[in-house]
Design a protein around this ligand. Structure first.
Ligand code: SIN
Length: 300
């Protein structure tokens, strides 16, 4: 006999026919087919995706016809969301969504961050609690270019020459949102001047140069040309030289996966394992994507 309690309990979501295929000949990344994020996601399907994310570092969910609210809800299953300091580029009605776009609206105002990712970086490494991972959902893609590159920072650490490993293990580095900000503003005059309140939101932080992934225990290099300003305790020239060597090694071709976007792709990457770079596209073309960013742990 069905009790009142059983009758009122919502039915558990149905399992979906999810297939996960690692990318051939790439040092990271997998494609996820058969998943519809517009439908309720069963806990066991969520756990499969979580495990695949830890294993492959980049998951490409194909053909996601989802709303910004659905992207936000799915992202929140991994942790609290972070609001980007450039509040100007929030998607209206969705402060958790940063618009990544070069599109200018009918009033001549940019609708999003047009030059996001032009330097290699890990999202929000300039915060005490940098991002666990980010999700980028394609809304409008250029006919040419616009790819995103990802670098496997575990491999970067594991293949670092022994002398360099010894030189950097235990070191710490400063990360600052302001590192390249003025240089980018010179190139992209639409970039807003930061207010005092925004500058106060992004005070420089000190992070380990080699971090340990909090879920897998794997070590990864954690410095980037976009946000790392200096290695703590080293003379300026020595710090600059060491960082240049680490940056160059991190992005060797064998550490990279190039994502060529397809319509409705949603890409979910692990900022604790990777850096990424937007490769650019002809400026007369339009590109628009919605980004959510999940908060991670303080690096150790
Ligand atoms: C980003 O750095 O979050 C944007 C990457 C891209 O636009 O490809």
């Amino acid at each position: 006999m069905t009790t009142l309690l059983q009758r009122d309990r919502p039915a558990a979501p149905e399992l979906q026919d999810i297939r996960i295929h690692a990318f051939d000949k790439a040092p990271l990344g997998a494609e996820v087919l058969g998943l519809d994020l517009a439908r309720p996601l069963a806990d066991s399907d969520f756990r499969r995706i979580h495990q695949a994310h830890l294993k492959h570092h980049v998951l490409v969910f194909r053909e996601q016809r989802i709303t910004p609210a659905q992207q936000v809800a799915f992202s929140r299953r991994f942790g609290p969301l972070q609001i980007h300091v450039l509040h100007q580029f929030q998607l209206p009605g969705h402060p958790e969504v940063l618009v990544v776009s070069n599109v200018i609206d009918e009033n001549g105002k940019p609708i999003g961050l047009g030059d996001a990712g032009v330097y290699w970086h890990s999202d929000l490494s300039y915060k005490d609690r940098p991002s666990l991972g980010s999700m980028l959902h394609a809304q409008e893609l250029p006919a040419e270019g616009g790819d995103t590159l990802f670098a496997n920072m575990h491999l970067a650490w594991e293949t670092l020459p022994e002398a360099l490993r010894r030189a950097v293990e235990g070191l710490r580095a400063e990360h600052s949102y302001l590192c390249k900000y003025e240089e980018l503003r010179q190139r992209s005059p639409w970039r807003p001047k930061l207010s005092e309140a925004q500058i106060a939101e992004v005070k420089p932080v000190i992070q380990p140069v080699v971090r340990t992934h909090p879920e897998t225990g794997r070590k990864a290099l954690f410095v980037s040309e976009h946000f790392t300003t200096r290695i703590v305790g080293l003379p300026e020239a020595e710090s600059r030289e060491l960082l240049a060597q680490l940056f160059a090694h991190s992005v060797r071709p064998e550490h990279l996966y190039r994502h060529v976007w397809q319509p409705q792709d949603m890409v979910f990457w692990d900022n604790r394992s990777l850096m990424h770079l937007a490769t650019g596209f002809p400026p007369e073309m339009r590109r628009r994507l919605n980004r959510t960013t999940i908060e991670g742990d303080a690096p150790f």
